[in-house]
Design a protein around this ligand. Structure first.
Ligand code: PLP
Length: 338
């Protein structure tokens, strides 16, 4: 099977598994797991932030951040494509009692002007209190789109002017860093909190990190406990994260090249209506109106290729650690034969 559905599907490499098996562990709820402590320190240092906390999922790191940044009834400014709104089970309402103000913007990206225009009037009791701005980089539903640092600093300036928290859902932040040649420290300086996933492009079986100030992460630890996310000898999975931060970042360019190759192949296909720009490891394309999405995906599957259907003829391929050059070539020639 050539599984292009998601970069979450990767299995640990033999070297990663070895690092996991050899991990020193302890009880992390007691703060005594050396591997988790090392991973948290490594990540915080990488971004120039004070502290980090290891969690089971990116949904949990986002949800904890939202809970720490908001009070019930508050409003979160985010893009209508955002993962925190679309794909976290209504968690912002369930966990934080907060609501979203959804903005538009090309390929899942916000602008400072739109953010400022949508901040609730604090003096008006009718308005929800805006307390958080959340960006997503890369934006999944936007096709792996990336922010320029200049846009991020403009939005940060607006957030700070209005005393709002500034969170980044950086599930695929390393893809953006590599694609744009940006530095992790620039993100650490811009945001109050950052969530990063180890289980996407970095290839870990499990795990996400939330980064922030010492006070913020102290509160985050309390919320993680309430959510049941305090794990014990989880150093075995943290060790995969350490291995990935040391070995799997720069290779993301290979995934990006493979995504470009898929785009090149799709451009030659008569049945493709259009293709979104490809900046990282996600390729979103649209079938011509007379093509049926389900039937098309069935056809791919018969040829051992899996994709994700996003509805209305919108399809997604994601490249990752377990996709080889040979698999890309096979996929390209099959696409061109359809
Ligand atoms: C995957 C993802 C998350 C977190 O998802 P989990 O499956 O809970 O780890 C958050 N944001 C974005 C943009 C994602 O793609």
């Amino acid at each position: 099977m050539i599984d292009l559905r998601s970069d979450t599907l990767t299995r640990p490499t033999p070297e990663m598994l070895q690092a996991m098996m050899a991990a020193p562990v302890g009880d992390d709820v007691f703060g005594e797991d050396p591997s988790i402590n090392k991973l948290e320190e490594m990540a915080a240092e990488m971004f120039g932030m004070e502290k980090a906390i290891f969690c089971p999922s990116g949904t949990m790191t986002n949800q904890i951040a939202i809970k720490v940044h908001t009070q019930p009834g508050d409003e979160i400014i985010c893009h209508e494509y955002s993962h925190i709104y679309n794909y976290e089970g209504g968690g912002m309402a369930f966990n934080a009692g907060a609501q979203a103000r959804l903005l538009k913007g090309e390929r899942g990206l916000l602008s400072a002007k739109d953010v400022e225009a949508n901040i609730g009037n604090k003096m008006d009791v009718h308005a929800a209190r805006t307390s958080l701005v959340s960006l997503e980089n890369t934006c999944n539903k936007g096709g792996g789109s990336c922010y320029d640092l200049s846009t991020i600093s403009e939005i940060r300036a607006v957030a700070k002017k209005h005393k709002l928290g500034f969170h980044l859902d950086g599930a695929r932040l390393f893809n953006a860093l590599v694609a744009k040649g940006q530095k992790a420290e620039d993100y650490g300086q811009a945001f109050d909190s950052i969530s990063i996933c180890l289980s996407k492009g970095l290839g870990c079986p499990v795990g996400s990190l939330l980064l922030g100030s010492e006070d913020f992460i102290f509160e985050a630890r309390r919320i993680r406990k309430k959510l049941g996310g305090g794990m014990r000898q989880a150093g075995f999975i943290a060790a995969a994260g350490i291995y990935a931060l040391e070995n799997h970042i720069s290779r993301l360019t290979e995934d990006h090249e493979k995504a470009q190759n898929l785009k090149d192949a799709l451009e030659k296909c008569s049945w493709v209506e259009s293709i979104e720009p490809v900046e990282t490891n996600i390729v979103i394309f649209y079938l011509k109106a007379d093509k049926d999405e389900k039937a098309f995906m069935e056809k791919l599957k018969e040829n051992n290729i899996l994709a994700i259907g996003m509805g209305q003829g919108k399809l997604r391929f994601v490249t990752h650690l377990d996709i080889s050059d040979e698999m890309i070539q096979k996929t390209a020639s099959l696409l061109n034969s359809l």
